[in-house]
Design a protein around this ligand. Structure first.
Ligand SMILES: Nc1ncnc2c1ncn2[C@@H]1O[C@H](COP(=O)(O)OP(=O)(O)OP(=O)(O)O)[C@@H](O)[C@H]1O
Ligand SMILES: [Mg+2]
Length: 382
């Protein structure tokens, strides 16, 4: 197997997700699902694998929503997907009749006319009606990057879209939705709440977290990549395990590290791995694309939250695990930081955003590789 950091893999190259995928299928028998994870953990590859595994009694429709900016763009994408599946069954008759009625002439196009924009709710409902009445398989929409799309749309339209999707789930119980997202939906929902939205339009969906690979699966992936890239090692098992551990079993970084290691001449040992990681973390071009750990705080935290969050991460990046009491003693030295409750609530947010975990009494970075990145990129430490 060749290293392919960031690409879409063949389903057989998606390692170690079978149990989690089986769990998602089992939950989808009853309800819809929200899949969340830190960036690059492998969500898209997982749902692409699910798409490839679909059974005859399922109709699985995958769509990346990241670039969508308005409800009508989203609805048009859903409609196109549905039309493709119904191409042998007269296509989406309800939608086409409705568009003909709006335009005053028979609609036979493949794009929505401008006039459709304000009618997106009706068009979405009719699209789903057309779909469920024209075929009898269970419909599963795999919608990637839902929070990005909502964020692009603004509060009011996001609220309406989430409500409409929820009402469709209730009206058509044979339809399931899987939302995935790498910025947590909680950031979008928080903004919606501030804008006066009190519904929780996803509380009928089951939340599932996509963690890194297990030690065994990460090692298996690393061995396959070392072999595929013909990298020389003295003890492949031992070095594969070391590589996996060094990047906290995150498959994206394993692919990246192998891409670097394959250009190094000679036998790869632990010290080559360590030096390569350190070099990568210092590379200003940031091939591991970790900037989002910095940018997320700029983009989704308020100025007040940012002060606390940055300081907490700076302290924990250098000191490792600390109890709240120990952390607060260090935080409170900063003249900009005075509210203990704010400190607590930011810790909760940083845990939701995958920066930190709490183990017993101590808070620490969830992934040591991210702690190193934070420490390096902010020139902390001695
Ligand atoms: N199960 C896996 N087995 C092997 N490699 C994987 C696996 N999951 C992810 N990868 C590697 O990590 C890369 C990123 O995966 P993917 O794009 O699916 O992550 P993502 O969570 O959707 O990321 P983003 O948050 O950027 O959308 C893949 O291109 C591949 O190199
Ligand atoms: Mg993705």
């Amino acid at each position: 197997m060749k290293a392919n950091p960031g690409g879409i893999l063949a389903p057989q190259d998606v390692i170690g997700r079978d149990k989690l995928i089986a769990k998602i299928w089992a939950i989808l028998e009853q309800q819809s699902v929200i899949l969340s994870a830190e960036r690059r953990m492998g969500k898209t590859n997982m749902i692409k694998k699910m798409e490839a595994e679909g059974k005859d009694n399922q109709l699985i429709i995958f769509r990346d929503l990241e670039g969508m900016r308005s409800p009508i763009e989203f609805v048009e994408a859903v409609w196109r997907d549905v039309e493709k599946y119904l191409s042998n069954k007269g296509k989406t008759k309800r939608v086409r009749d409705f568009l003909s009625h709006l335009e005053g002439i028979e609609f036979s196009g493949i794009k929505f006319p401008k006039i459709a924009a304000t009618h997106w709710k009706t068009l979405l409902t009719k699209t789903i009606e057309d779909l469920v009445t024209n075929q009898d398989r269970q419909v599963i929409f795999l919608w990637d990057e839902v929070p990005y799309m909502l964020d692009n749309m603004g509060d009011e339209l996001s609220m309406e879209l989430l409500d409409t999707l929820r009402s469709l789930r209730q009206t058509y119980p044979q339809v399931r939705m899987v939302f995935t997202g790498s910025i947590g939906l909680h950031h979008v929902v928080k903004k919606l709440k501030q804008a006066g939205y009190s519904n929780d339009a996803t509380n009928d969906m089951y939340p599932i977290d996509v963690p890194p690979l297990s030690l065994n699966h990460a090692t298996e992936l690393t061995i396959r990549l070392i072999e595929g890239e013909k990298i020389e090692t003295e003890n492949i098992e031992m070095i594969a395990k070391y590589i996996s551990e060094s990047v906290n079993f995150i498959p994206f970084y394993i692919h990246h590290l192998i891409t670097e290691l394959k250009f190094i001449d000679g036998v790869i040992d632990k010290s080559t791995v360590e030096q390569t990681i350190n070099k990568l973390l210092l590379n200003p071009l940031n091939p591991w694309k970790m900037e989002h750990y910095l940018e997320r705080i700029d983009n989704y935290y308020t100025a007040e939250q940012k002060k606390y969050a940055t300081k907490i991460l700076d302290i924990l990046a250098v000191e490792g695990g600390l109890s709240f009491h120990e952390l607060w003693n260090r935080l409170a030295i900063d003249p900009n930081i005075s509210e203990e409750e704010m400190g607590r609530s930011i810790l909760r947010l940083l845990m939701k955003d995958y920066y930190l975990i709490q183990e017993d009494k101590n808070y620490r970075f969830r992934y040591d590789i991210i702690r190193k990145y934070w420490e390096t990129s902010r020139s902390l430490g001695t």
